[in-house]
Design a protein around this ligand. Structure first.
Ligand code: OAD
Length: 237
């Protein structure tokens, strides 16, 4: 019945904010960070996705990204990604804020999209700072180098690094203006994304959580739809 209640909210919503995390790509075969199969060679993401880890061992960090890029290269968007594209077309205004760096939302066709943690199909040179698209997977050379011979890093946000200011500002603005928020497939453990639902809840805006498992948000969310995003999101349309 919760599903019916949430479905009834959608036609009246003028401005929808959607926040997604790794769970929405799980059904595409992309490992989440903290669930089963999320670990890579016994490393925790917090130990690899940092500037310190990269400075200590760029090869190790790039081997992890190369592994993820290969998995993602073989993946396709799933029904959850496509349901959000349909919702964007139907809603007067929808902004999709994603913590995912896999590029599956843009591949599915989402347009009004804020990739607040970056995109692992881009590289950034530590010397000349140039950002480039790079679809090579597996990488021929690890760590990869820029034509200027500078060291390349993935153009993603690591733990301890600030989010790109403009993207963060736009994400906050949209959460502060929305009249419905969906939070899909995120454990809600990483800031500032983890607090975004509270900004909506504080204004009395309904927040719907869609997740396979309970999270710290579950107790506060207005509605909790427990299950797979790829099954629940299409049912809402
Ligand atoms: P997590 O791996 O922490 O959480 C994934 C969430 O998805 C969990 O709550 C699962 O219960 C849920 N889940 C799994 N399969 C699902 C499915 N089929 N349908 C719905 N939900 C499902 O991933 P994130 O919350 O995205 O940051 O992690 C946040 C950030 O931490 C990432 O962006 C990344 C990571 O380290 C950086 O790399 C900076």
């Amino acid at each position: 019945m919760t599903l019916e209640a949430v479905r009834a909210l959608l036609p009246g919503a003028r401005s929808i904010a959607v926040l997604t995390g790794a769970g929405i790509s799980a059904e595409s075969g992309v490992p989440t960070f903290r669930g089963p199969g999320g670990l890579w060679r016994d490393f925790r993401p917090e130990d690899l996705a940092t500037a310190e880890a990269f400075a200590n061992d760029p090869r190790l960090v790039w081997e992890w990204y190369d592994w993820r890029r290969q998995k993602i290269a073989a993946a396709k968007p799933n029904l959850g990604h496509y349901a959000l594209v349909t919702l964007e077309k139907r809603a007067p205004e929808l902004t999709l804020i994603t913590q995912n760096v896999d590029g599956l939302h843009p591949l599915a066709g989402s347009r009004n999209l804020l990739e607040i943690h970056g995109n692992l199909w881009r590289t950034r040179c530590l010397s000349c700072r140039k950002v480039r698209d790079s679809r090579e997977a597996p990488l021929a050379r690890i760590p990869p180098r820029c034509p200027c011979e500078g060291l390349l890093r993935p153009d993603v946000v690591w733990f301890g690094e600030p989010l790109p200011y403009d993207l963060l500002k736009r994400a906050i603005r949209c959460v502060e203006a929305c009249d419905l928020m969906l939070v899909v497939g995120t454990s809600g453990l990483v800031q500032p994304a983890a607090s975004m639902a509270d900004a909506a809840l504080d204004r009395g805006v309904p927040v719907v959580e869609i997740n396979l498992d309970p999270t710290p948000l579950s107790g506060r969310a207005s509605y909790v739809l427990q299950g797979k995003a790829g099954e629940i999101l299409p049912k809402l349309l």
